[in-house]
Design a protein around this ligand. Structure first.
Ligand code: FES
Ligand code: FE
Length: 440
C-alpha cells in the first residue's frame, strides 16, 4: 500500500511549506532561450511564488530577477513579454538595467544621505542557466549544478531532442490557463498516469484520435499494442515511454522504427536516424508516445495526432509540448504551455504541430486537456470535507509488479508495466523527502 494524506492537495499551510522546502531549493523551468533571441528581450514568469523577469541583457546573458522594486516592492514590469533595456518603477521612478542593476534613482544627489549606495538595491537575482535552450533558475545558492540536478533524466532529454537533430525552437507564444486543483494533481498525471486513458479519454479513443497510428496500415492493423516503460529517477524526475510492439511478441527489442518518426515528413527520417547515437535510436525507434516530468513542476508530452483535431486532409503530425504547473494557491494552478518544433521543419508543419497541440493539450483543447481538467476539478471539489479529508490518496497501482527491461538503453531503473503508478510514487517520494527533511 502506498498512500498520501489528502491535505497535500488543498491545505494552504502545506503549500507554504512546499514553497520553502520543495520549490525554493529546486531548479525550475522558466522558459526557453529561443523565446528571447535578442538583447533586451524579456518575459515575465513565476519562480515558486515570486514573480520574476527573465531577460536577455545587453551582453546576451540570461538574467532572472525579482519583479519587485527594491524601494517599496512595487511590481516593476506588468507586460507579459517585450523588449527593453531598462525597467522603470511606476511609483517613484527607480530604474533598473535589464540585468537587475539599479541604475537610476530620482533626486539621489539632493535628497538621499551621502552614504546611500545604489549597488545595495540591485534586484535580487536567481541563479539561472540554460541547458540545450531550456532556461532553469533557482533561488538556492547551494543547489547542485543543473546537470547534476537533472541526473539520469538528462540522458532522456538529450535523446528526445536529438531525435530530430537537436535544433528546437518554441513556436508561437506560450499559452496560459488557470485551472482548479492542486499543482501536484496535474504533475503526477504527467509523470506516468497511463491508467486514466481508457476512462477519462474514452471519447478520444472512440473517435480514433489517439492511437490511430497503431491502427494505421503502415504498422499493421490490430496486430500492435503499446508497451509502457516507466523510469523514475532519485531526483523525482519521470519518463514514461510507450513502445509499439507486436501483440503476439511484445518485446522491447523488436525494432519497428517508423513509430518514433510518425508525424514527421518521411523524407526527414534518414536524417533523424543519422543524428542520433546507437543507444538513442534504440530508445526512440519504436517509442510512439513519451511523457514525464522534471521535478518539481515541469511536464512534457510528445505524441502524434491526426486529422481528428485538424482538417480532413491534414497528415498525422507530431507535437512536443512542455508545460509548467505553477501553484496560484493550494487549489488553483496556472499551466503554461510551450510547443517545441524542430527548427528545420517547414512553416506549414510547425503551424500544424502548434495547432494540434493547442487543440488537444491546452485550455482550448477539444479533447484530452478538457477531460483531464474536469477530473482534476472534481478531485478538488470532493477532497476538502472532514470525512473526505481523513481518507488518503492511493498510489499502489503496480507496486512490486513492474519488471526490469533487459537491454533498455537508458540509465536508471527502467521497468515495464503498462499500468503502474511507479513514476508517481517516485515523484511523491522525492516530495516527501524534501517536506520531511529536518530544518536547518
Ligand atoms: Fe519603486 Fe518607489 S516603489 S520607486
Ligand atoms: Fe490525460
Amino acid at each position: 500500500m502506498y498512500r498520501l494524506d489528502r491535505r497535500a492537495f488543498f491545505d494552504e499551510d502545506v503549500l507554504k511549506e512546499e514553497m520553502r522546502r520543495v520549490f525554493r531549493p529546486s531548479w525550475q523551468l522558466l522558459g526557453f532561450e529561443s523565446e528571447l533571441p535578442d538583447a533586451g528581450d524579456y518575459a515575465v514568469r513565476r519562480l515558486g511564488d515570486d514573480g520574476v523577469i527573465v531577460a536577455r541583457d545587453e551582453e546576451g546573458r540570461i538574467s532572472v530577477m525579482l519583479n519587485s522594486c527594491s524601494h517599496r516592492g512595487t511590481q516593476l514590469c506588468r507586460a507579459t513579454f517585450g523588449n527593453s533595456a531598462h525597467f522603470r518603477c511606476s511609483y517613484h521612478g527607480w530604474t533598473y538595467a535589464n540585468d537587475g542593476r539599479l541604475v537610476g534613482v530620482p533626486s539621489l544627489r539632493s535628497n538621499y544621505p551621502q552614504d546611500f549606495r545604489k549597488e545595495a538595491y540591485d534586484l535580487p537575482r536567481a541563479r539561472a542557466t540554460a541547458y540545450r535552450g531550456f532556461i532553469f533558475a533557482t533561488w538556492n545558492e547551494q543547489a547542485p549544478p543543473l546537470e547534476e540536478y537533472l541526473g539520469d533524466f538528462r540522458w532522456y532529454l538529450d535523446a528526445m531532442l536529438d531525435l530530430t537533430g537537436g535544433d528546437w525552437e518554441v513556436y508561437g507564444p506560450p499559452q496560459r490557463s488557470v485551472v482548479k486543483g492542486n499543482w501536484k494533481i496535474s504533475t503526477d498525471n504527467f509523470a506516468g498516469d497511463g491508467y486514466h486513458m481508457q476512462t477519462t479519454h474514452q471519447a478520444a479513443f472512440e473517435q480514433g484520435i489517439y492511437g490511430s497510428s497503431l491502427a494505421d496500415g503502415t504498422l499493421g492493423k490490430g496486430e500492435l499494442d503499446l508497451m509502457g516503460i516507466n523510469i523514475s529517477t532519485p531526483q523525482g524526475h519521470a519518463v514514461r515511454a510507450g513502445y509499439v510492439v507486436e501483440k503476439a511478441n511484445p518485446t522491447f527489442e523488436r525494432d519497428l522504427t517508423q513509430a518514433a518518426y510518425l508525424g514527421y515528413p518521411p523524407e526527414e527520417w534518414p536524417r533523424f536516424t543519422a543524428a542520433q547515437t546507437e543507444e538513442q535510436v534504440r530508445f526512440n525507434s519504436h517509442c510512439e508516445v513519451v511523457h514525464g516530468t522534471v521535478f518539481p513542476n515541469a511536464a512534457f508530452l510528445s505524441v502524434s495526432h491526426d486529422r481528428a483535431v485538424g482538417r480532413d486532409t491534414d497528415p498525422l503530425t507530431k507535437y512536443f509540448v512542455w508545460r509548467v504547473h505553477t501553484p496560484i494557491d493550494a487549489r488553483h494552478t496556472e499551466c503554461t504551455y510551450w510547443t517545441l518544433v524542430p527548427r528545420s521543419m517547414s512553416e506549414e508543419w510547425k503551424r500544424r504541430s502548434y495547432a494540434f497541440q493547442a487543440r488537444s493539450q491546452s485550455a482550448g483543447g477539444i479533447l484530452f486537456e478538457m477531460d483531464d481538467f474536469e477530473n482534476f476539478a472534481r478531485i478538488d471539489a470532493a477532497i476538502g470535507g472532514s470525512v473526505a479529508d481523513d481518507a488518503p490518496t492511493d498510489l499502489s497501482l503496480g507496486m512490486g509488479l513492474g519488471t526490469p527491461v533487459p537491454g533498455f538503453p537508458g540509465p536508471g531503473r527502467a521497468e515495464h508495466l503498462t499500468l503502474s503508478e511507479h513514476n508517481q510514487r517516485g515523484f511523491y517520494r522525492r516530495w516527501a523527502e524534501l517536506m520531511e527533511a529536518p530544518r536547518d
